[in-house]
Design a protein around this ligand. Structure first.
Ligand code: ACM
Length: 689
């Protein structure tokens, strides 16, 4: 993700939003309880399986060690949740609650594309039976089983149910960019655990960039030693992550971005560049010129050795070669490259990149790998199993599918852009009415959320990935008709707490950062503030608050989150207040509480922020929060009295909202629209928007 192409991305993104908004959000008839992703078939039955400390798991059929270990961890999670110790152990028994896991095939040692992930889970009052064709399918079913746990006066239980489930798409991924910011192994591991919990299947490991080369190469050690500030994964660590992911039924697909996004390669190997060096690790975000030289045989010899090494290190069938955003400036500036193009009849840089891609393709094919790359690699004589990874739009994906290529969608799933879950959720790789025939539809393999790493640290990355990625995971797993946004949020909130049991820090990091920002001061007012502000969207953060990759990610913006929960609740209340007369009194009371809370917090924040230097950049937000609270209270008062204020009141309040609606420290209030609606309502203006 880079800033110079903001315009292009804007167009792509909003195209998707408009498309999504046009599709009515059909209510599903599934009662989904806390299941996320919603299974393809659920039949609730009467009765329940009561959980007690006799509970045990047993296996039938071909259970792989990976599955046995998985079930062991499931038991530990159940124990943690229920504060019970299961003494039943494993092994088939005739009495007591138990879960029997039946698998037909031991399956592959490593998960792979196209694996049967379906499962069937039947729970009755005596026992639960989970059956699956493969061990990976059983893992998916175990996560569903865990999500079914409920508790009440009579203790913990699983409701009786029959679930038959399978994914809608085989490629359900999360890209983690560890190049802009290195992420330690434990961060990757806990996020792999969370991926498994939401039934994702592919960790797309974005390992190289202008800003860092993060994988050890034994053949070319200067790549990682000079290109990474010492922050790279040894091959042993890479194998550890692959094995950890495989234990959880997750594939690991590496990306080595080329020929652009390659500055870090050139620090140790300037001879590979299209213009003479020296080169240094890039510290800024953006698109940069350094590009591999596509006309030198030496480049291909190097890449042959390097990719052959990586092909052995990464066992998955696919290798991603990036290929995005090569603007070809170094190619234009190099007379030898220009002469080469003329001599070979290569018309433009895109064709030159195609020449490069084809040479890389040969290397990958020789190593038995399938090539994957961003949209830009697409051109019509590539082999048909090449995977086109679309970051520019659904249209590109559909076109590729029509021409016989498989594809994966990421446009609409850019979680680094700070949009709410609701918007990602409604983006469908295969919306109804695409016009693709069934064969073409089958070529749309799925999608990937992309956690680009410019503004994430090991502390904050969980809070950027989750919970929005769980909404995307559901889009990729559940039937297309499952698209009730309110129900999605309800289930997301339930799941969020359960992800914490895996060690995810997506919730707890916020108070940690706020305490650090405020020093010894009380943070409850700051918490009220961050519940209604969000980081600016798109690529505005860097424009409004420039930083390099070496700068700290510990500001108020890093504590704030997309989809601010207080704002979401407020906006829901405002809509309810405007549309449902009978709820007005309740909604008004709740709104009054909220406004009083804002006013109080805003007043308290003034000295807190003044006396906390790390918060000075955001100081204006205190009095603004106070004013938002006051405006809200005034509006409610008019509504309660039933007397509309004069025209001047409305104008004055709307005018006050203008400066408040402008971002400060790259943070913006996510409640402004709701307040505008309330002001208009108080003033007797009942415009429908
Ligand atoms: C990309 O965002 N340039 C793949």
């Amino acid at each position: 993700m880079k800033n110079r192409i903001v315009r292009l991305r804007l167009v792509g993104w909003f195209g998707v939003i408009l498309l999504a908004a046009n599709i009515s959000s059909g209510q599903t008839d599934l009662q989904s309880r806390n299941l996320m992703s919603v299974p393809s078939k659920v039949v609730w039955k009467t009765g329940k399986l009561t959980l007690n400390k006799e509970f045990a798991v047993s296996f039938k059929g071909a259970a792989h060690t990976r599955l046995r270990k998985y079930a062991g961890r499931v038991m530990t999670r159940l124990e943690g949740r229920t504060v019970m110790s299961f003494s039943g152990g494993s092994g088939s028994r005739t009495s007591g609650p138990q879960l029997t896991i039946e698998t037909k095939f031991a399956g592959n040692n490593l998960p792979r594309l196209g694996e049967d992930e379906s499962y069937r889970l039947e729970i009755d009052t005596n026992r639960a039976v989970l059956s699956a064709a493969t061990n990976v399918g059983a893992m998916r079913g175990l996560e569903t089983f865990l999500q079914l746990l409920e508790g009440g006066e009579e203790g913990f239980y699983f409701p009786a149910v029959l679930i038959e489930d399978k994914p809608r798409f085989p490629w359900r991924g999360l890209l983690i960019d560890v190049a802009r910011h290195y992420q330690p192994l434990e961060v990757l591991k806990r996020n792999i655990d969370a991926m498994a919990a939401v039934k994702l299947y592919v960790l797309h490991w974005h390992l190289t960039e202008d800003q860092g080369f993060r994988v050890e190469s034994k053949n070319f050690p200067k790549l990682h030693t000079l290109g990474s500030d010492g922050l790279f994964y040894t091959q042993q660590e890479i194998r550890e992550i692959i094995s950890y992911a495989a234990d959880r039924g997750i594939r690991v697909v590496p990306e080595f971005d080329m020929p652009g996004h390659a500055t870090s390669w050139l620090v140790g190997h300037p001879e590979l560049a299209s213009l003479p060096g020296p080169y240094q690790i890039e510290r800024n975000p953006g698109i940069f010129d350094p590009t591999l030289n596509p006309i030198k045989e030496e480049t291909y010899q190097f890449l042959d050795t390097f990719l052959t090494e990586m092909a052995a290190l990464f066992p998955d069938s696919h290798i991603h070669i990036g290929g995005d955003e090569n603007e070809g400036k170094q190619w234009d500036a190099n007379p030898e490259i220009q002469a080469f193009m003329k001599q070979k009849g290569i018309k433009d840089n895109h064709q030159l990149q195609t020449y490069f891609n084809k040479r890389i393709l040969k290397i990958l094919e020789k190593n038995g790998k399938v090539m994957m790359g961003w949209d830009e690699i697409f051109q019509p004589d590539l082999p048909k199993d090449v995977v086109i990874h679309s970051w520019r739009g659904q249209k590109a994906l559909a076109e590729a599918a029509q021409q016989g290529y498989t594809g994966v969608l990421s446009n609409g799933y850019y979680i680094d852009l700070m949009y709410p879950a609701s918007e990602h959720y409604l983006v469908d790789p295969l919306p109804a009415g695409t016009g693709l025939n069934s064969e073409e539809q089958a070529r749309v393999l799925g999608g990937e959320a992309t956690m680009w790493g410019e503004w994430v640290s090991p502390e904050t990355i969980d809070s950027r990935i989750w919970m929005r990625t769980a909404a995307i995971a559901e889009r990729l797993w559940s039937p297309r008709e499952v698209r009730d946004v309110d129900d999605m949020y309800r289930r997301l909130d339930a799941l969020s707490i359960r992800l914490e049991e895996l060690g995810l820090t997506h919730r707890r990091i916020q108070p940690v950062l706020l305490r650090r920002l405020a020093g010894a001061k009380e943070i409850s007012a700051l918490q009220t503030l961050v519940s209604v502000i969000e980081p600016v969207k798109q690529y505005q953060r860097y424009q409004q608050r420039p930083q390099t990759m070496l700068d700290p990610l510990t500001g108020l913006i890093d504590a704030a989150q997309a989809d601010a929960p207080g704002a979401r609740n407020f906006n829901r209340l405002i809509d309810q207040f405007r549309t449902e007369k009978q709820n007005d009194a309740d909604a008004a009371a709740e709104l009054r509480n909220i406004f009083s809370g804002w006013r109080k917090a805003g007043i308290e924040l003034i000295p807190v922020m003044r006396n906390s230097p790390a918060l000075h950049e955001a100081q204006e937000l205190g009095p603004e929060l106070r004013d938002l609270g006051e405006i809200g209270l005034e509006a409610l008062e008019y509504l309660e009295k039933g007397s509309a204020p004069g025209k001047e009141w409305r104008e004055e309040k709307l005018k006050r909202l203008e400066p408040i609606s402008k971002p400060k420290a790259a943070l913006e209030f996510a409640v402004i629209e709701g307040l505008r609606k309330l002001i208009n309502k108080a003033a007797g203006i009942t415009a429908s928007n």
